[in-house]
Design a binder for this molecule. Structure first.
Ligand code: AR6
Length: 182
């Protein structure tokens, strides 16, 4: 586990399963239909039960780069924030901006629901094919830059599924912190 303090908040990097987190909100790496899927999305709907899908059906889908909120169903988390990252198509189709937007919109949704702690998966780096070195930099920089806007959010935890993914995030965090000290 790795931690960094950003103002009054803490960023944590852990290896684990997003569905098991005890943060008030967890973020889903969803698709525009909000009707479920594989990966994180499948795991969240399985663990949280059918109530989440019932709520999703009323939301009318979600644009890429946007995020919408449901309850957490049977999960420990009170809320699931369904964020839609971009499908990676080489990097010249606005992917970086859309990925940053998915993180930013998730934080806005969390703040709108008075959430103090939130867990993110590595959005877009599974089925959507975003190279994790670049995606992890965008994820961390966006959260670190946006956190001052949301003083109520005290904990942001990135939950990485594999040891390798955790190591990539750790390396990126170290690089960002080192560049800020210069
Ligand atoms: N906890 C944490 N991380 C996980 C878990 C888990 N339980 N399961 C997988 N990961 P993906 P995407 C990691 O494919 O790339 C879905 O079908 C995984 O190893 O879940 O944004 C949706 O419905 C990877 O590093 O999301 C969409 O159609 C990361 O989570 C599409 O996939 C994201 O992988 C979204 O693709």
């Amino acid at each position: 586990m790795r931690e960094a303090r950003i103002g009054t908040a803490v960023i944590q990097l852990v290896q684990g399963d997003i569905t098991q987190q005890d943060t008030e909100a967890i973020v889903n790496a969803a698709n525009r239909s909000l009707r479920g899927g594989g990966g994180v999305d499948g795991a969240i709907h399985r663990a949280g039960g059918p109530q989440i899908l019932e709520e999703c059906k009323k939301l009318g889908g979600c644009e890429t780069g946007d995020a919408k909120t449901t309850s957490g169903g049977r999960l420990k988390a009170k809320y699931v924030i369904h964020a839609v990252g971009p499908i990676y198509r080489g990097g010249k189709h606005g992917e970086a901006e859309l990925l940053a937007s998915a993180y930013r919109r998730s934080l806005e949704e969390a703040a709108a629901h008075n959430v103090t702690s939130i867990a993110f998966p590595s959005i877009s780096t599974g089925a959507y094919g975003y190279p994790i070195e670049e995606a992890s930099r965008i994820a961390l920089e966006t959260v670190m830059n946006q956190l001052p806007r949301f003083p109520g959010i005290k904990l942001v935890r990135f939950v990485l599924f594999t040891k390798n993914d955790l190591q990539v995030y750790e390396t990126q965090l170290d690089k960002i912190l080192a560049s800020q000290q210069r």
